[in-house]
Ligand binder design. Sequence first.
Ligand code: AMP
Length: 145
Amino acid sequence: MGKIEKEIVFKEGVKELMIPANKVAIVQVGNSLEHALLVLIKSGYSAIPVVDRDYKLQGLISTTRILDFSLGIERIEYEKLGQHTVEEVMEKKVAWIKESGLFFKALELSINHPFLCVVDDEGVFVGILTRKSILALVHRYLKHP
Ligand code: AMP
């Protein structure tokens, strides 16, 4: 890859590659764990973003975290699913990038995360960037430099 091509890859914005928020399965902090589990199972994803009422990014919720929380000593305590909220169980450390961020930063973060949340300047969730789409772009540039 030549210098100019490298600059194109590394200077590309993340917006172009993003899956917009209206196509992303999400839940809200106040939703019950039962609701979150239904959304997770129906969407087929193992982890999805969590937002607040103002659509600001707050965390990630996964099937594993919900099931782990519901585990009693000898059985899964399903009744807990209706009694507790997403906020109590979600992972608060989220890999995120601003929509004005650079592709290179996203590439670096995607080493450790299967997807990144994209937020605007106010922290409002605007979409996600998957490792898959990042790798597809890198592959395209390497194949046709
Ligand atoms: P993929 O590259 O399509 O396998 O997606 C990687 C991860 O990104 C998935 O396991 C989900 O956690 C998340 N993800 C991808 N697409 C969506 C979506 N439409 N809604 C919610 N989460 C998604």
